[in-house]
Design a protein around this ligand. Sequence first.
Ligand SMILES: Cc1ncc(COP(=O)(O)O)c(C=O)c1O
Length: 345
Amino acid sequence: MTREPVVDLRSDTVTRPTAAMRRAMADAAVGDDVFGEDPTVRALEGRAAEVLGKAAALFVASGTMANQIALLCHTRPGDEVVVGEGAHVAWYESGAGAAWAGVQFAVAGRGGTFDASDVEAATKPNAYYLPRTSLVAVENTHNRAGGRVFPADAIARIAAFCRTRGLGLHMDGARIWNAAAATGSSEAALVADADTVSACFSKGLGAPVGSVIAGPREVVERARRFRKMLGGGMRQAGVIAAGALHALDHHRARLRDDHANAAAIAATLATSEHVEIDRTSVETNIVIFDLRSVDGETFVARAAEQGVLAHAIGPRRIRLVTHLDVDRAMCERAAEVALRAALPS
Ligand SMILES: Cc1ncc(COP(=O)(O)O)c(C=O)c1O
């Protein structure tokens, strides 16, 4: 019996480079990027800066490296950084903020997004015996909040508060491309209020490696030094930058398909009494739901047996992420498998 191919919805990071992307990578002009001599890296950095509406951008190995460099650029050891609940920079970066920048985190609001009043409540008064609040980081879209778009008006109010208090504003825009596709706003408009932004090519855009940190030229030059300190100076990196450049120029428009596929999965899941899902939370390519009748481990194992890979992000909470390598038919099949996997034993 031939088994149906696996539908891997654990993350949008699982995509493989397309044939056209591989060709672009194979043909890339390269040089030693630590000497500033890789033309493809330079082209990617220029193009990313343009799309993000910032003066400059720096190619880095990962979203984590981009976020950690942002912390190093904006803070001093002992400082406090205000983030939303479940922020990637505080949850999923192995405690790097404490290890490298020497910062601690204060959580603003509930559910990942927040407003200026939450930042004000989380910001410490200026006293020598308190940590110095120096940075606010917003995540757009917000991963643990189910790919939610951070409301632009809230970001504008947060930015205004940051300016009055002299705080930096960083956007973890790992999936800023999805926010742009969902809202119809340009990436540049969505990140305009942030001083710096990190953005990933290896998620919904489907490149194998790479992210950027973008911002004012002077900050990006400091970022370059921190990248070297972290061991992120790469040599003929044009080979991977070419994949990222191809993704940037060819894979943004199709993100709307991923969003429609996620909405279709959510609609099917909502028909089950064994699933708790807020369909309005599915704004982009991430579907998060709770299981009423089985635990997450059981669900994941059952789904895997049926060729669908899912990710448990809590004892009863499941995350499914749509991407370049899954089409509507695969998503529909995955949703049917999920319905069966959610049934009581
Ligand atoms: C919101 C967000 N920021 C940063 C990252 C880190 O990216 P990387 O896995 O490339 O380190 C991720 C990864 O999933 C993410 O979802």
